[in-house]
Design a protein around this ligand. Structure first.
Ligand SMILES: Cc1cc2nc3c(=O)[nH]c(=O)nc-3n(C[C@H](O)[C@H](O)[C@H](O)COP(=O)(O)O)c2cc1C
Ligand SMILES: O=C(O)C(=O)c1ccccc1
Length: 361
């Protein structure tokens, strides 16, 4: 009935090393915990007698309408938890009318995923040293009907995730990043205790030298909207707008990158203020309930994305599990909107929330 029910069911069926990979964060996992705790420092200010007989959760981004502002964040290798992988996720998200951001490390082809999608898909990219690999992906994404590109900018290298390093975590069996040249991917399958194959692969293949100026290269290659994922400061939000990006995702990568980084929710207001009305600001990190989504939307997010919860849904029940997880969270949001006296997303603004008494800054 709730995300935590899916989490409990998923834990029973997922391999323990894969579970650590999904659930874990970087280093002391302080930012991972902070993402969740941040929501508890806000309280809601309900209004009454506003006619909440119908509640509308529909939202448009880049000209596409979604039935819910709760979408799926990019997460790698869905076949680790379900044989159909991203194809099942796409079916589930489509049935819920939700956005699905497909990871460049998806374990099904972009074309198969697009064939199963019933709602919008965006493609996430890391900046690879081999730019021809990126160029090829950008072309395929456009041909397959993806609606935007999401460039993740908080991972010039992969965070130190002690759980994965202790486990010698590697992508095993017949799971693979099938959209990327096998030669680029070889390292990902080599398991060695004390090291994470994913981190080693990234060190080889990601270009840590990219800067704002390089965005022009990507801009030149596509007419798709470009969204930067992993912005946590007003300074970088202003630079993003100045460099012509079309959207921003406030994110600390689910606490998997810079440990000690600000909780995602705490970064949201300054990014929204710096971006102004210029570009949509989306949000991820720690959203587990409808009231969490309501809080982030009230602080200015156009949409909220879920990282781990859809993987719980997928592991627990395939496409139906993803759909159920998204529907449940959306119903919780609609319920909270009704009880808060704000039946439309356009009614959500900062007057919906206040700091918990004792936590005023
Ligand atoms: C298993 C897993 C894999 C992920 N893979 C990617 C990825 O390939 N690219 C990316 O930008 N973010 C990736 N992320 C981060 C998510 O997109 C998202 O930022 C984060 O999970 C949101 O936090 P939440 O899990 O608290 O909802 C991954 C997260 C998890 C848990
Ligand atoms: O981005 C991540 O969090 C992540 O886990 C990952 C997965 C595969 C390749 C690179 C990073």
């Amino acid at each position: 009935m709730t995300a935590s029910d899916y989490q409990r069911l998923a834990r029973e069926v997922v391999d323990p090393d894969v579970w650590d990979f999904i659930e874990g964060g970087a280093e002391s996992e302080r930012t991972l915990r902070a993402n969740l705790a941040a929501f508890d420092r806000f309280r809601l200010r309900p209004r009454v007698l506003t006619d909440v007989s119908t509640v509308d959760t529909a939202v448009s981004v880049f000209g596409t309408r979604y039935r819910t502002p709760v979408g799926v964040a990019p997460t790698a290798y869905h076949r680790l938890v379900d044989d159909e992988g991203e194809v099942a996720t796409a079916r589930g998200a489509g049935a819920a009318g939700a956005l699905f951001v497909v990871s460049v490390f998806a374990s099904r082809t972009l074309e198969d995923i697009a064939g199963a999608a019933g709602s919008g898909l965006w493609l996430h990219l890391y900046w690879f040293r081999r730019r021809e690999v990126m160029a090829g992906l950008v072309e395929r994404a456009a041909a397959a009907g993806f609606g935007a590109l999401v460039l993740t900018v908080d991972a010039p290298r992969i965070g130190r995730r002690w759980r994965d390093m202790r486990n010698g975590f590697a992508i095993g069996g017949d799971v693979a990043a099938v959209n990327i040249d096998a030669a680029v991917m070889a390292l990902t399958h080599h398991s060695d205790e004390g090291r994470s194959a994913i981190a080693e692969h990234a060190a080889e293949s990601f270009d840590a030298a990219v800067t704002w100026a390089d965005l022009a290269w990507l801009r030149q290659r596509t007419s798709l909207p470009i969204v930067l994922k992993g912005i946590l400061t007003a300074e970088d939000a202003a630079l993003a707008v100045a460099h012509g990006v079309d959207g921003i995702i406030v994110s600390n990568h689910g606490g998997r990158q810079l440990d000690g980084a600000v909780a995602s929710l705490d970064a949201l207001p300054e990014v929204v203020d710096a971006a102004g009305a210029a570009v949509p600001v989306l949000f991820d990190g720690g959203v587990r309930r409808g009231t969490d989504a309501l809080t982030a939307l009230a602080l200015g997010a156009r949409m909220v994305l879920l990282g781990r919860p859809p993987l719980w849904g997928l592991a627990a029940g395939g496409a139906d599990g993803v759909e159920g997880l998204l529907r449940t969270t959306t119903e919780e949001l609609a319920h909270a909107m009704a009880l808060a006296g704000r039946p439309r997303l356009a009614d959500l603004d900062r007057s919906v929330v206040r700091a918990r008494p004792g936590d005023e800054r």
